[in-house]
Design a protein around this ligand. Structure first.
Ligand SMILES: Cc1cc2nc3c(=O)[nH]c(=O)nc-3n(C[C@H](O)[C@H](O)[C@H](O)COP(=O)(O)OP(=O)(O)OC[C@H]3O[C@@H](n4cnc5c(N)ncnc54)[C@H](O)[C@@H]3O)c2cc1C
Length: 372
């Protein structure tokens, strides 16, 4: 068996893994991706807060990002705490309005940066074996491959599956069995609406926003076990239900129903307090560490921010420098604890649905984070 030595091995080439690879330009980086090619087709997750500007600047990609087909985020209109719509613009946000991004183009930009800066990507990686040798380096062997990859640092960027962390014995807990039913609806050129529209109903919550590519996202978040979930996966059923709400019907008037996709969309957390138990030189970033509820619009920001923090930890020698590893872990713990508290407050908002199972379940404490 051949042995290949790397500085860093990253599992998963989503936004978090790609951003980290792009950030580690001077190092020998291997990215292992389960898919056979870069993601094609449309993918949900398009709202990027203005605070991401600094992270894109650190990646040296902000100018290129601004040249892309991303829209400035408009006002958000929410029917949430009460039945009266509340408008929120970015006037009071020092970071500015943020963007509704073209997700495929965004990931392609990160992929180009990672590869141009020297990262190697291997697609189509299925199962793997991972171990830590007597020389304190990690060894990762892919099924069906004759090469053994060795590095002092391995990073789990495999998204909500947290495949590597779980393989190393860390708990990864799905806190919430929420799913998102969504479709990408073709809109007429006359649809220039830039608002993000949010509506809470008894069984979940909706949003709709127009993308730069001539489509509009319509998304409904509800419990995976909701009795009508299967029926709502019919395009007309979801569309007709959305049209019950004038705030949504208003932007759906000239639009036809389209194919429905279903994705898990609830909070999931890695046992961050025990990150160090996996062994020195192990890090988890993006959704693999903290999977945010889409209501927060924080997933992409967190992917970039945790990749930045991981790069700092790696550059400080986290595999032999306990202080660097602890700083990374403490930062993740602080983010998770702040997020869980805020999330609960958000779901407490629609008091008129307090007795409905979807809302009652989410206003209980999701989990207690153990102290590191
Ligand atoms: C319905 C919904 C709406 C959302 N809306 C927003 C939004 O508006 N704004 C926002 O900021 N965020 C949003 N998000 C969240 C955002 O999409 C995620 O936070 C983001 O994609 C996380 O990036 P990641 O790189 O950590 O994980 P992912 O994007 O999941 O990438 C993980 C990569 O790892 C690969 N992988 C998995 N297992 C393995 C393995 N064993 N070996 C090798 N590779 C593997 C996968 O194929 C994938 O390419 C939304 C999420 C959902 C579900």
């Amino acid at each position: 068996m051949e042995t290949c030595c790397w500085d860093v091995i990253i599992l998963g080439a989503g936004p978090a893994g790609l951003a980290l690879a792009a950030r580690l330009a001077s190092r020998k980086v291997l990215l292992l991706e389960r898919q056979w090619s870069p993601a094609a087709g449309m993918r949900i997750g398009e709202s990027l807060p203005g605070a991401a500007r600094v992270l894109l600047q650190r990646l040296g990609l902000f100018e290129e990002f601004l040249d892309g087909d991303h829209l400035e985020r408009g006002t958000s209109i929410a029917i949430w705490d009460s039945n009266a719509p509340v408008w929120r613009d970015s006037l009071r946000d020092p970071s500015g309005p943020g963007w509704v991004i073209d997700r495929r183009q965004f990931e392609q930009m990160l992929l180009n940066a990672a590869t141009q800066r020297g990262a190697q990507i291997q697609y189509g990686c299925r199962d793997f074996q991972v171990s830590r040798g007597a020389d304190d380096r990690w060894t990762l062997a892919l099924d069906g491959d004759n090469t053994r990859h060795v590095a002092p640092v391995i990073v789990d960027a495999s998204g909500r599956s947290a495949s590597l962390a779980r393989r190393l014995g860390l708990n990864h807990i799905r806190q919430d069995a929420q799913v998102c039913l969504h479709s990408f609806l073709m809109v007429p050129a006359s649809d220039e609406d830039t608002t993000t529209r949010l509506v809470a109903d008894e069984d979940g919550w909706w949003y709709s926003v127009r993308l730069a590519n001539g489509h509009r996202v319509l998304a409904y978040h509800l419990d995976a076990k909701h009795p009508e979930r299967i029926a709502l996966q019919q395009p007309e059923a979801l569309f007709n239900r959305a049209c019950r709400y004038p705030l949504l019907a208003d932007v759906l008037a000239q639009v036809q129903p389209a194919e429905i996709h279903c994705r898990p969309a609830g909070t999931a957390l890695l046992d961050i307090a025990n990150l160090d138990k996996a062994g020195p030189g192990f890090l988890a970033i993006g959704d693999a560490a903290i999977t945010f509820d889409p209501i927060s619009s924080q997933g992409l920001f967190h992917s970039l921010a945790s990749a930045e923090s991981a790069a700092t930890a790696i550059n400080a020698g986290c595999w032999h420098n306990p202080h660097a590893a602890q700083s990374f872990q403490q930062e993740l713990l602080a983010v998770a604890s702040h997020y869980l508290a805020k999330l609960r407050l958000t779901y407490q908002g629609p008091e008129r649905f307090a007795e409905a199972p979807f809302w009652a379940d989410r206003t209980m404490p999701l989990c207690r984070l153990p102290e590191a």
